[in-house]
Design a protein around this ligand. Sequence first.
Ligand code: SF4
Length: 199
Amino acid sequence: MRIAEIFDSLQGEGPAMGRPATFVRLAGCNLRCEGCDTELGQWQELTPLSVEEKVIGNRVIITGGEPTLQMAELSDLIMLLHRAGKEIHIETNGTNLISEDVLKMVHCAVVSPKRGSDFHPAYWSVKGNVHFKFVIGKAPWCWRSQQLEKHVCALPKERVWIMAFGTDPDLPEAQEAWSLALRLGVNYSDRLHIRLRRE
Ligand code: SF4
């Protein structure tokens, strides 16, 4: 499978914010979000088994790019990690469905829909281990506050997170994300890895 990088860190955003994990970043994405800060062009080919062997701690976060583009290899990797007793998290843009058989081995899936894409809310929202993370901001793929209201009201609020876009450590749009989360009765996510990049 095509792996962009594997590294250990703390999760900076979303429901596992602040928790230590091994991050497995799969290469490639089916979307082209302007301002995407993920390096998508370079990877190495590894087997799912060799990836699983690099996960030392108890928690693993599979991210991308878009991990579901390599669905067969992704399923094999999740099975291996599950057998090894790891707490598995996955981050996806939600455009490709992960089968229920695979999803039930996952502790937490975070679907981060991009504005204008089909993220299959009816499928994901009934899965109790799926959270939604909406990013607000000025980039074309980011959500505007007004647009989110109609989406969020159809989703389980305890599993919805709102976060500001940006790589400025001051996160200038964090206040808007906070206010919107408060108004809608959903969760706010900060971006700790961006905040703490400050020198
Ligand atoms: S879905 Fe995520 S990884 Fe893919 S282009 Fe958009 S921001 Fe980048």
